[in-house]
Ligand binder design. Structure first.
Ligand code: AMP
Ligand code: GLY
Length: 420
């Protein structure tokens, strides 16, 4: 079958890599792709937010199945356009993607079904937000309602910081995303990510992971898109996963179907775990990046079968074959990230890194120029390895990092510390 992957990050390279291992895939196109995807598939320049253009491209190139990587095309309704054109697609409708695109929407759904999550208030005026903060005190969490590229959440340790945060949001720091805010109770605990496929009706857990959001070692410094990840997440054991399925995921998915917007695709639940109980931090309507890289390394070729079954509404007949293994990924970023960084530096030594079912360098912000790989983004490479233990996966990953010759790149040296 002919498959199209939409996106250009490490997540999409990992999806493409897993799909390519499945003999069902005859032809793989990535749009727009990056230098890594270019080595294993065809890349096509395409505006992936333009649903009618994506449909037209699929018709021209006889695409049978589309996998949508990032949230922006989902929120823009690209999955709806594809389905309306009769093209099989993995990813939720724009209506269901509101689980990520609107924090207030998700809080309201959770409240309707009694799913455990932080207490909250949804506010549309600065004065009311200020009053709410003053009456609740700190710590408190302030969130821009809409999509803000992962930057719309402020965990305020003091009341002054919280008041500042709402002032900036209502002043337009996040554009329309911050015209409404959600203010939440601060939850204590350890965070982990839980990934579940949902075919509109049935839910199938496909793995757990933990990422490192802070730029600095010891989980310090500013937040990023993620500096590394590993799977499985030891803190999210089977009992907690069962509790999350029964108390949070199944009830919210049933409520979505009941409201006429059944969810289809991967649901990424960010959980806060404390005292053996999970609470929902947030939903995302896509794979995590870089969590996807470790999940794909563990799932391999079956990832395509699972995504197809999800898109075709037959998850009841599927099971996940888990090896008793671990995977870990180290993000190499351009020096300066998440602040300002230079683009265009040359990365050498990639050809010396193994590329097999247990070790892969997934590309994020890269491009090919005159036969060389150059850095074009903040997060640039995801050096990923699998092992019988987390320690083995980590040693392999850092072994590859050390072969990469990229003086302008930096990475954390402590990925996985919490679990080791
Ligand atoms: P989000 O973009 O919603 O994932 O939030 C970013 C990060 O903020 C999360 O990964 C958590 O570390 C933190 N966070 C969000 N909501 C809460 C909360 N209610 N209590 C504590 N931490 C939170
Ligand atoms: N790594 C966090 C995310 O993808 O949202």
């Amino acid at each position: 079958m002919n498959i199209l992957v939409l996106g250009s990050g490490g997540r999409e390279h990992a999806l493409a890599w897993a799909i390519m291992q499945n003999p069902k895939c005859d032809r793989l196109i990535c749009a727009p792709g990056n230098a890594g995807m270019d080595q294993i598939a065809e890349c096509a320049a395409l505006d992936i937010l333009d649903g009618s253009r994506v449909v037209q491209f699929c018709e021209e190139t006889s695409i049978d199945f589309v996998v949508i990587g990032p949230e922006a095309p989902l929120a823009a309704g690209v999955a709806d356009r594809l389905r309306a054109a009769g093209i099989l697609c993995f990813g939720p409708s724009a209506a269901a993607a509101r689980l990520e695109a609107s924090k207030a929407f998700t809080k309201e759904i959770c409240a309707a079904v009694g799913a455990p999550t932080a207490a909250y208030a949804h506010l549309t005026e600065l004065e009311a937000a200020r009053a709410h903060i003053r009456s609740h005190g700190a710590p408190i969490v302030i969130k821009a309602d809409g999509l803000a590229a992962g930057k719309g959440v402020i965990v305020a340790r003091t009341e002054a910081e919280a008041l500042d945060a709402v002032a900036t949001m209502f002043a337009g720091e996040f554009g329309t995303a911050g015209a409404e805010v959600v203010i939440e109770e601060f939850m204590e605990g350890e965070e982990a990510s839980f990934f579940v496929l949902v075919d509109g009706e049935r839910c199938l857990p496909i793995g757990t992971a933990q990422d490192h959001k802070r730029v600095g070692e010891g989980d310090t410094g500013p937040n990023t898109g993620g500096m590394g990840a590993y799977s499985p997440a030891p803190v999210l054991d089977d009992a907690i996963a069962d509790a999350a399925m029964e108390q949070i995921i199944r009830p919210t998915m049933a409520e979505m179907a009941r409201r006429g917007m059944p969810y289809q695709g991967v649901l990424y639940a960010g959980l806060m775990i404390e005292g053996g109980q999970p609470r929902l931090v947030e939903y995302n309507v896509r794979f995590g990046d870089p969590e996807c890289q470790v999940l794909m390394m563990r799932l391999g070729a079956q990832a395509l079968d699972l995504m197809l079954a999800c898109a075709e509404g037959r998850l009841d007949r599927m099971a996940v074959n888990w090896a008793d293994d671990h995977a870990l990924t180290v993000v190499m970023a351009a020096r300066g990230y998440p602040g300002a960084y230079d683009k265009g530096s040359v990365i050498r030594g990639l050809e010396g890194c193994p590329a097999d079912s247990a070790q892969m360098v997934f590309h994020a912000g890269t491009a090919s120029a005159q036969g060389q790989v150059v850095a074009t983004g903040g997060r640039v490479l995801n050096v990923t390895a699998r092992g019988a233990s987390l320690q083995e996966a980590r040693d392999r990953a850092y072994g590859m990092v050390d072969r990469i010759d990229w003086p302008e790149g930096v990475c954390r040296r402590d990925i996985g510390w919490r679990a080791l």
